[in-house]
Design a protein around this ligand. Structure first.
Ligand SMILES: *[C@@H]1O[C@H](CO)[C@@H](O)[C@H](O)[C@H]1NC(C)=O
Ligand SMILES: *[C@@H]1O[C@H](CO)[C@@H](O)[C@H](O)[C@H]1NC(C)=O
Ligand SMILES: *[C@@H]1O[C@H](CO)[C@@H](O)[C@H](O)[C@H]1NC(C)=O
Length: 411
């Protein structure tokens, strides 16, 4: 999760930011593949930002003290009382230096966010691009706290003026959405990608508890199953960074108590694998078993590969040697075994493919298009709809790389 450092390069806020902003720290390399077979001029739905000025008096603010924000596109027809809430991702900040750098970017301040954002993939309002959720109320909640919406520290650092208030942002945004009609939701789905996928795991039951008891509520974290694993040198930098982040943001008290009362240190409950057994709400876990961010920052962080044996492989999976693919396969086996509570759950779902991809639900070409990745011939959109509406059991786990010919692998 050390990739946050690269995030600081985002210094200018374009007026329109694509929904998959978490890709920006790779210098837009993904933008090339986003729309290979989608008519982008037709697909572009730009949704205005809503800045929650009245959250400031509750102390629910971004890192720099500015108000939090979201984008809402209203549902229509049969979707009028259905709500899809997508939590934006974009790494984390672990120390005062990285958090104060981030406070001067769209991931730390609403002052830097554009006026509109493009809704694509799971946020699209076009049936052919988003077959089951296009008519729902769709919300993109902006991420500006650096802790996956878990921070809650009253004191403000006197020098940097950085605020750690992610949990309060969660609360304030949900209250506002409830008031805007979500209180009468009949169906709802909490989702999000990367750090927003972690948010989805952590807040899933809390989301469910906010909605009417009769509502059908489910959660679909995408690329959020960051695992607690040793790296190739036997170290575990992630644990250290996560512990540092949870401490800095005062997050422990808002992680699920069932988990924090058992785990030592309690910051381990930031890793979704330790939360799974406690989550009551049905979950569909969407993740690549070869998530490039996990390969780069958990399996082979720079410090674990001083001779750069992995440099080419980490950048481009087609350049990995057979021995490296074997190491990756062990890692993916471990990830899949950590998902056992979901595989064994009656209501749980899995869409675990072997594509070199991070965030597959908010990118049109990966979510649902003629050339999207597929498992059992279903796109992620089709599998997600099948699972949400109970049309079929969705427990799809791919064969090891490079067996899946539907992957694009150009991360
Ligand atoms: C894209 O949209 C334009 C304008 O509606 C249309 O003329 C064109 O044929 C479309 N292209 C594709 C590939 O669908
Ligand atoms: C979005 O904001 C612009 C500029 O403030 C405004 O003209 C437009 O009507 C808004 N669109 C919607 C759908 O509210
Ligand atoms: C990855 O490497 C292969 C083989 O060297 C090359 O053909 C391909 O273009 C590379 N992909 C990317 C995204 O750089």
């Amino acid at each position: 999760m050390a990739f946050i450092l690269i995030l600081i390069f985002i210094t200018v806020a374009p007026r329109t930011i694509y929904a998959n902003t978490q890709f920006q720290y790779h210098g837009g390399s993904v933008a090339k593949k986003v729309l290979p077979d989608v008519n982008s001029t037709n697909a572009m739905l730009l949704v205005n930002i809503t800045v929650l000025n009245n959250a400031v008096f509750k102390g629910a603010v971004c890192l720099d003290g500015s108000p939090p924000a979201y984008h809402l596109h209203r549902g229509f027809g049969s979707g009028a009382n259905r709500w899809l809430v997508h939590m934006e991702g974009g790494g984390w900040c672990y120390d005062m230096l990285s958090c104060s750098g981030r406070a001067a970017s769209p991931l730390g301040s609403s002052l830097y966010m554009g006026d509109t954002i493009a809704f694509t993939g799971i946020l699209s309002d076009v049936r052919s691009q988003n077959p089951d959720f296009y008519s729902w109320n769709r919300v993109m909640v902006r991420y500006c706290d650096g802790s996956s919406f878990t921070g809650d520290v009253e004191e403000v650092d006197p020098i940097t003026k950085v605020h750690f208030r992610g949990q309060r942002i969660w609360q304030a945004v949900m209250e506002d959405l409830l008031a805007k009609g979500m209180y009468k939701a009949r169906q709802a789905l909490l989702t999000g990608c990367s750090a927003g996928g972690v948010t989805t795991f952590i807040h899933c039951d809390r989301f469910n508890d906010l909605l009417p008891g009769s509502a059908k509520v489910k959660c679909m974290p995408d690329a959020g199953f960051f695992i607690d694993s040793n790296d190739i040198s036997g170290g575990n930098q992630q644990r250290f960074l996560v512990d540092q982040m949870v401490t800095l943001h005062g997050s422990s008290k808002h992680l699920p108590v069932a988990c924090t009362s058992e785990m030592i240190p309690s910051s381990l409950c930031f890793f979704p694998q330790y939360l799974l057994q406690w989550i009551r709400t049905p979950l569909l876990v969407v993740n690549s078993a070869y998530d490039p961010l996990q390969i780069r920052f958990i399996l082979v962080p720079a410090a674990a590969d001083p001779n750069n044996y992995w440099r080419n492989c980490k950048m481009n999976i087609t350049r990995c040697a057979p021995w490296q693919l074997r190491v990756m396969e062990e890692f993916t086996d471990y990830m899949i075994s950590a998902l056992t509570p979901v595989s064994n759950s009656r209501t749980g779902g899995l869409f675990i493919n072997s594509c070199y991809a991070h965030c597959q639900t908010n990118v049109q070409a990966l979510w649902h298009s003629p050339s999207s990745p597929r498992l059992y011939s279903k796109t992620i959109a089709e599998a997600a709809g099948d699972w949400y509406f109970g049309r079929s059991v969705v427990k799809y786990i791919d064969c090891p790389y490079p067996c899946d010919s539907t992957c694009n692998n150009s991360f």
